[in-house]
Design a protein around this ligand. Structure first.
Ligand code: TLP
Length: 351
């Protein structure tokens, strides 16, 4: 029997459930580029309603959703303020420079309790030499900040400062339902603090493909054209949207992932040589510093992989573990055993 691999690299790795596959097989479809796919249309309506926005657009990925938002909000040469650890800044291949021809300015601590202060400090007076600052991008939950949920009052403060200064706000809400759960609020409450929001159905919600960009009707009409420009018009996309609808309806299940992550973090924090690289575990992401073991993150991840547990490398000494739909409590226990073995071997210098 082959050993089961426990994949904690990301919540993107989930496979569609039998219910999703059934819905996909039975989906009523049409050509979505003509706006004629009833399943996509239903998904877009549900998404807009859930987020309290006028309209939504189904796109192939979170990255495309964020990039379409940037294209729609900005003009060539504008400046976009982002958190210095933002996914948009870190992991989207420099796309804003290539596609929208805008300048990203990383602002340290934008997505923190002091976010509105950091934003105020980052704003510059009008000057011939400066680019036009047009957009602020937030992220909630925050991937590189260990799945941190940025509180509603802070989101409101940031939005207010942005509006006072004529800036639009886009929220990378890839994991907005994790954020809402962690904060005990509705996703729509968070979405009310921004002009546009992107969320992913392909992460902890477990759908195989896709994200939704939500905003005003006028914004989404313009965004739809950029989706076509980027090659994101997907024809009979209802087969995918059908799974997304099932995933969205079952969003309460994220509570399980949060409980698993908290437990995982508590246990890891107690292991000699490991240290949590975050002060709180708000959602489904745990980042651990392995330098106390005298190993690099690459080494540590390779040793776990050799024993059937996959984690992702997040920095020279940092690894990330993400809980999701395809990871059970039993898998967490098994992973902890494996980590313990690797730590013990590292301490004694035995491979
Ligand atoms: N994040 C992925 C990797 O790109 C790092 C992951 O495994 O976490 N916003 C946020 C906050 C994200 O975490 C991600 C994916 C995206 C956007 C992009 O979504 P996709 O992968 O659908 O393009």
């Amino acid at each position: 029997m082959t050993e089961r691999i426990i994949d904690l690299r990301s919540d993107t790795v989930t496979r569609p459930t039998p219910e999703m596959r059934r819905a996909m097989a039975e989906a009523v479809v049409g050509d979505d580029v003509y706006g004629e796919d009833p399943t996509v249309n239903a998904l877009e309506q549900e998404a807009a309603q859930l987020l309290g926005k006028e309209a939504a657009l189904y796109v192939p990925s979170g990255t495309m959703g964020n990039q379409i938002a940037i294209l729609t909000h900005t003009a060539r040469g504008d400046e976009v303020l982002v958190d210095d650890q933002a996914h948009i800044y870190y992991y989207e291949v420099g796309a804003p420079a290539v596609l929208a021809a805008v300048q990203l300015r990383p602002v340290t601590g934008l997505c923190s309790e002091e976010g509105s202060e950091r934003l105020r400090e980052a704003l510059r007076p009008a000057n011939l030499h400066f680019p036009t600052t047009r957009l602020v991008c937030l992220e909630n939950t925050h991937n590189r900040r260990g799945g941190m949920a940025l509180s509603l009052p802070v989101m409101r403060e940031i939005y207010q400062v942005a509006r006072e200064n004529g800036l639009a706000v886009h929220l990378d809400g890839a994991r907005i339902f994790n954020a809402a759960l962690a904060l005990g609020c509705q996703a729509a409450d968070l979405a009310a603090c921004c002009d546009s929001v992107m969320f992913c159905v392909s992460k902890g919600l477990g759908a195989p493909v896709g994200s939704l960009l939500c905003g005003s009707r006028e914004f989404i009409t313009r965004a739809r054209k950029y989706r076509k420009l980027l090659g994101g018009g997907m024809r009979q996309a209802g087969v995918l949207a059908a799974a997304a609808r099932v995933a969205l309806a079952d969003r309460q299940r994220l509570i399980e992932d949060h409980a698993h992550a908290r437990y995982l973090a508590e246990q890891l924090a107690d292991m000699p040589g490991l240290a949590l690289a975050q002060t709180r575990v708000d959602s489904n992401i745990v980042v651990v510093d392995v330098s106390g073991l005298g190993l690099t993150a690459d080494d540590f991840a390779a040793r776990l992989a050799g024993r059937g547990v996959l984690v992702s490398v997040f920095g020279p000494a940092l690894v990330r573990l993400v809980t999701h739909r395809d990871v059970s409590r039993q898998d967490i226990e098994k992973s902890l055993e494996v980590v313990q073995e690797v730590c013990a071997a590292a301490k004694t210098g035995i491979l």
